[in-house]
Structure formats: C-alpha cells, structure tokens
Design a protein around this ligand. Structure first.
Ligand code: UTP
Length: 464
C-alpha cells in the first residue's frame, strides 16, 4: 500500500482524517500506518457505521422467548453416551478449539490469560491444565487430537512462547495449531476510526465470534478436513475445570446428529453474567443476561426455580460441516461503548473519563439460530465450571483454586480417602492432580496408590 492508494481508500470510506498527522510522521511511523490501513476490513467498518447510525433497535415483531428443553442424563444414559463418545474419540475424529485471544482486562494480568499460574501446588498455568487433558485423552484413546488455539495480536507471541518454554506440555507440536483472530478499529460516535497515536490506529480483537472467519482464513478448516475431524470441542481459556472433549457430551451430540451442542448450568442468581439459552419461533438463541428484561431475569416457576434457569458457559460441540458453513457467513456485530485512549486534535494522547467511542465484537453464540439440530445438555457446575474472570471476589483465581481442590477432593472421597479439612471443607494442605496422572476418580483408583479407608493429612500429585 502506498500513500496515494491509502488516500483513495480512505476517501471512498469517508475516513480521510486517519492521515491527519501524516506530515509529522517519520518513515517507520508512515510504514506502520500504511500497513494498518491495508489490513482494515472496510466492509465490516461500513456495517459498524450503519449500526451506529441506526442506534439500539429493538425488534418489536420478535415473539416472546421460552426456556428450551434441556437434557439431563441419568446414570445409565450417561454411561451409554460415554461409550458412544469414546468411539468417536478413538476414531480420531475429535478436534479441540480454544479461544484465547481476549485481553483479560478484568483479571488485569500482564500476559496471556492462559499463562496465568492457577495450579494450587505447581503454580502451573491454565494452558498447562488444558494441554495436559488433551494429552491424557490422546494417551487414553491412542489418537492424535489436534489442538487449535486462537490468539490475537495482543497475545499471540507470548502464547507461543509459553508453549515453547514448557515443551508444549508434552503434546506433539505438530498437533498444536495457533491462529490469530481479526483485529478491528474502534469508532467514535460519528463513525470515525480512532487513532491512539498520530501514526497508529487503535485496534482490538474482533470477539470470540471471530473464530469462524479466522479458522477459515488460516487454513484450520482445511487442516481439520484433511485430518478427518467431524466433531470440534470448543471452550474458553479461563476455566480449568472444563471436561475437555467429554465423551458423554460427544456421545449425545453424535447420537442426535446435532450441528451444535451446548452445555448449560443452573445460574447462581438471576443477574449472573451468563448468556441464557432461549427458544423463539422454533429456533434457539443465546440472550445475554443484560438483554433480558427485569421480569424475564427474575421470573420463577411454581416450584421456585428461575424460569430462565440455564446459562451457557461457552462449552460447545460443533459438527465440522456446520462450522464450515458458518465460517462463510457474516456474523452479527455487537457494540460496546467504551473509554478509548485516543489522540486529540494536536496528536496528544487523551485518556477519557467518559465513554468516547465504540468497540465492536462478534460472539460465537450468534451461530446458534442457524443450527437445525441442537442439544442442550445440563451439567453440574461444581464439576466443570469455575472461571478466572476477576482479580478478586467471585470467579477469581482464589475461587477457582478452591473449586479445583474441591473437585479433586471428591475423587479421593469416592475412593474412601479422607483428608484433614479446614472450616470451609478444603484440604488443609494444598492438593493438585496432573490430568495425565488421573482425569477422574476411576483413573485415580487405577493408579493403585490408594487404599479404601486410608487417611491422608495431605496428598500431592502435582506436576509432570
Ligand atoms: P471474556 O469475554 O471473558 O473476555 O472472554 P476476556 O478478554 O478473557 O476478559 P475481559 O472481558 O477483558 O476481562 C471469554 C473467552 O473468549 C476469548 C477469551 O480469551 C476467553 O477465552 N476471547 C474473547 C477471544 O478469544 N477473543 C476475543 O476477542 C474476546
């Protein structure tokens, strides 16, 4: 891209102000700005501007949402589904897709969130627990399980370094595929692209919904096809309790020939920040908690349960063909009004006190209404969900470490091993189990190190 071409493109798109400081820039800054302009997705920017002009439009014709039918597996049906899912895993048809491109601003950690040291004993990272579970599954089923990791420009290099530094946690590097999501500019309220330096456009990741187009652009869909992957397990980086590629989940998904399956858990409280799955006109949608009316969020059934009881925690299974189809579609955009650091008229950086612009994002769950066959499967959050979102309080490293240890303690309890517990029911000595050592109580038992009725004052099976 040269300056003449840049001028033409910016004029066509009514964004000529991007070159306002051109004359003051040195050679390197000019090159940087031209590269950024060349990479801008003006088709999406035009959609963003239309959204901004239209304002918040509520579709008055939409019918009222109702709760979906949610499947709860009995012990027997779970065992059957588990066996069916194991066959799919054993056939090497399962891939794992992790979205890890977010900025983790609430946690405030200096680095990719996946590198955060969550292990109660080992201080191993979130990535460690995810990777070791995949390794354990590969070992158990004697297959290669490709691990696709979406990063963004914000954390791509640091994420790759983290994996290299830890020797891919034992995984074959050929089966760990990093790819970057798109980055978008922010717009001010007049729809103008915002600069954070005279020669630099402020950019941020395009949301976890950016996964689909990024998979397509970076050849990951072709890679899946070539490996014969039919079923893709999707999850987020912040939840080390996740049961990656849970065979029972895969079994139900496969038996029902679902295009998309969703794991759902009961919300803690009416306004918990989880998207709620609803059914509307025969299709499923996820409605953000903030988009439910007060009455909808608080409505209860006669037995006191929340009417919209189930929240989605972004644990999904995709049928490969559905993923491929959706990757070619334009996803809806979501606006977030933000305080965006930007240049004033003289090119000085201003950190605003009020919202001064908008970020736009795509959300993965917007593909849900397109899925013709959907499984909504209930799960027990104590077993599978405790995210690291905030630095303190709810959903923080402290609560997550507690929940991990409680989960592992339950395995020991199942084997009849007791620990010395503190007042909150946690083991007095920190506890940790490497997923490759055991992924459940049965595997712990198979290790043969524990005797029923034995008593431990602390047990540590950390690290690999
Ligand atoms: P969150 O919505 O929790 O965002 O992302 P975040 O960036 O991790 O944290 P905050 O909101 O800034 O505090 C949920 C998942 O989606 C991924 C995140 O990495 C996380 O796994 N994500 C989010 C992306 O991969 N790309 C994005 O653009 C946004």
């Amino acid at each position: 891209m040269n300056i003449e071409k840049a001028k033409i493109i910016l004029k066509e798109n009514d964004q000529e102000h991007v070159l306002a400081f051109w004359e003051q820039l040195d050679h390197a800054q000019r090159e940087q700005l031209l590269t950024q302009i060349a990479e801008l997705d003006f088709k999406s920017i035009a959609r963003m501007r239309c959204m901004l002009e239209a304002g918040d439009v509520v579709d008055q014709s939409a019918s009222q949402p109702v709760p979906p039918q949610v499947l709860e597996l009995s012990v027997e049906s779970r065992a059957n589904a588990y066996t069916a899912g194991e066959a799919v895993l054993r056939a090497g048809q399962v891939g794992v897709l992790l979205v890890a491109g977010g900025q983790g601003s609430r946690l405030g950690y200096d680095g990719p969130k996946g590198a955060y040291a969550i292990g109660p004993v080992s201080k191993a990272s979130l990535f460690y627990f995810h990777a070791r579970k995949i390794l354990a599954l590969s070992n158990r089923y004697h297959v290669r399980i490709p691990f696709y990791i979406m990063t963004s420009d914000v954390n791509d290099a640091a994420t790759r370094e983290h994996f290299e530094e830890h020797h891919y946690f034992g995984l074959n590097p050929d089966d760990v595929i990093f790819f970057t999501q798109g980055m978008w500019p922010s717009l001010d309220f007049e729809g103008r692209i915002m600069l954070d330096q005279p020669g630099h456009i402020f950019m941020s990741p395009d949301g976890h919904g950016g996964t689909l187009s990024a998979l397509q652009q970076h050849g990951c869909l072709a890679d899946m096809e070539q490996r014969g992957i039919t079923t893709i397990f999707f999850f987020q980086v912040d939840n080390p309790l996740v049961e990656i590629a849970d065979p029972a989940f895969i079994g139900v998904h496969t038996a029902q020939q679902a295009e998309l399956s969703i794991k759902l858990c009961a919300k803690r409280e009416p306004l918990e920040g989880l998207g709620v799955v609803v059914e509307r006109d025969g299709r499923f949608e996820i409605v953000e908690y903030s988009e439910l009316t007060h009455d909808q969020a608080h409505q209860r059934t006669d037995d006191g349960e929340l009417y919209f009881k189930y929240g989605s925690v972004a644990i999904h299974l995709f049928a490969f063909d559905f993923l491929k189809q959706e990757a070619l579609r334009d996803m809806p955009l979501h606006i977030a009004y933000k305080k965006i650091p930007c240049c004033d008229a003289d090119g000085n950086l201003v950190t605003p006190l009020e919202n001064n612009g908008c970020k736009f994002e795509k959300f993965i769950f917007d593909v849900l209404p397109d899925a013709k066959q959907v499984v909504n499967l209930a799960f027990d959050r104590a077993e599978e969900f405790s995210p690291v979102k905030n630095a303190t309080g709810n959903d923080s490293p402290a609560t997550c470490r507690q929940d991990l240890q409680l989960k592992w303690s339950r395995w020991f309890k199942e084997l009849g091993v007791e620990f010395e517990l503190d007042k909150s029911g946690l083991p007095v000595l920190p506890l940790e189990i490497d997923p490759v050592y055991a992924m459940n109580a049965a595997e712990l038992r198979a290790r043969g190190v524990l005797l029923s009725g034995s008593r431990c004052s602390g047990f540590q099976a950390a690290g690999a």
